[in-house]
Design a protein around this ligand. Structure first.
Ligand code: ATP
Ligand code: MG
Length: 362
């Protein structure tokens, strides 16, 4: 098949690599330069967007924030309603979807003006997180309200209306579920993984070495089923959760969803027989979803660093991925997958390497 991906960042490149390894052809469309690019070359092809869409059997995306003109032009080549997906880039729509599907999420309210936000903060009985409705990623566009904050001052500072306020959740840990849904409704999910964030950005993911109860996995897959059925979704989708409560009382609260491949699924590039990118290609092209075989893996993000040290490129337990992006503090420029047999070993790797691999923005 011929696949056109909207977006030529690292996710687009990794999707493209998987597409070609499954015997498909692919092109990427850069939403920054508005040009069509081949896979793996910073070269603009002399094809218009319309020509690329005509060429493609199917159009998919690396990021759901697809410009409206592209949605309109590619309408017949998407496998689901792109406007429904695009609307999820607004946190109000996203939270409404959770409520409609009966999927537990932190209690929230929306505001459309700074004065409304100030009013919500004045009435607050507990700490809150303020999130702008659009454009937030890697912790950007978020502010914390504590009982010591001045509602007026914070509303002015955070007043990127519209937005939402939600309860600050005292979670035990953060986990995510990455899975795929086919057109016929069958689904295939990886086990829940644990994600650790620094300054709002994913620092590392622990896969297959954390104790995930059947109960929690079941809860997560039920949410996945409800949300993807509601969206008539085809492809890979990730759900970020907070775990609240301990042991048998542990519950999941959905934080947000990403209707696409996700950073917390990068461990599957070496830790699974079929990566999240492979799953997406299979779902897009109507191939059956696989039975999964998994290896415990640590995924350590490379953020803002100039390079990945040679010692990691040479180590037998590691696989390094460099995105060929200009490093700057807080920007994801690569990741390292490390085969580890235990959580303790994984945390030793993190302690040894995170400070060299991660330069975070202030
Ligand atoms: P991403 O890059 O994953 O899309 P994001 O910037 O869009 O992230 P969130 O995932 O909503 O935004 O928030 C980033 C991080 O901030 C979360 O992973 C979590 O650590 C923290 N956080 C967000 N909302 C809450 C909340 N309600 N309670 C506690 N912590 C929160
Ligand atoms: Mg997030």
């Amino acid at each position: 098949m011929k696949i056109l991906f909207i977006g030529d960042g690292q996710l687009g490149q990794m999707l493209g690599a998987s597409a070609t390894s499954h015997g498909h052809e692919c092109l990427l469309f850069s939403t920054r330069t508005y040009t069509v690019k081949p896979l793996s070359a910073q070269l603009d092809l002399s094809l218009t967007l319309t020509q690329a869409i005509d060429w493609a059997d199917v159009v998919s995306w690396e990021h759901e924030d697809i410009p409206a003109d592209i949605v309109a032009a590619a309408r017949t080549k998407f496998l689901m309603d792109p406007e429904r997906i695009q609307r999820l880039t607004d946190r109000r729509e996203e939270k409404s979807l959770f409520d409609e599907c009966g999927v537990a999420t932190s209690p929230w309210q929306q505001f459309s003006q700074t004065t409304e936000l100030e009013q919500l903060l004045t009435q607050a009985q507990q700490p809150l997180v303020i999130k702008s409705a659009r454009g937030g990623y890697d912790g950007k566009g978020q502010w914390r309200y504590t009982m010591a904050s001045d509602p007026h001052q914070l509303a002015q500072q955070a007043g990127q209306a519209p937005g939402i306020v939600e309860q600050l959740i005292p979670f035990q840990r953060e986990v995510s579920l990455v899975g795929a849904r086919s057109k016929d409704g069958s689904i295939c999910c990886y086990p829940l993984v644990t994600n650790v964030h620094e300054k709002g950005i994913l620092s590392y993911t622990l896969a297959g070495m954390d104790f995930v109860t059947d109960e929690l996995q079941q809860q997560a897959e039920t949410s996945f089923r409800k949300l993807t059925d509601a969206l008539h979704y085809v492809g890979v989708l990730a759900i970020e959760f907070f775990v609240v409560g301990e042991g048998a009382d542990a519950q999941l609260l959905v934080n947000e969803i990403a209707p696409r491949v996700h950073n917390s699924g990068h461990w599957t590039m070496t830790g699974a027989n079929s990566s999240q990118f492979d799953l997406h290609i299979r779902a897009l092209t109507g191939m059956p979803l696989p039975l999964l075989r998994l290896e415990p893996t640590l995924m350590l993000n490379v953020i803002g660093a100039e390079q990945i040290p040679d010692a990691l490129w040479h180590h037998p337990d590691t696989a390094c991925f460099w995105y060929n992006k200009e490093p700057r503090p807080g920007r994801k420029v690569g990741h390292v997958n490390i085969a580890t047999e235990s959580r303790a070993t994984a945390l030793t790797w993190v302690a040894q390497w995170a400070s060299q691999l991660q330069v975070l923005a202030d």
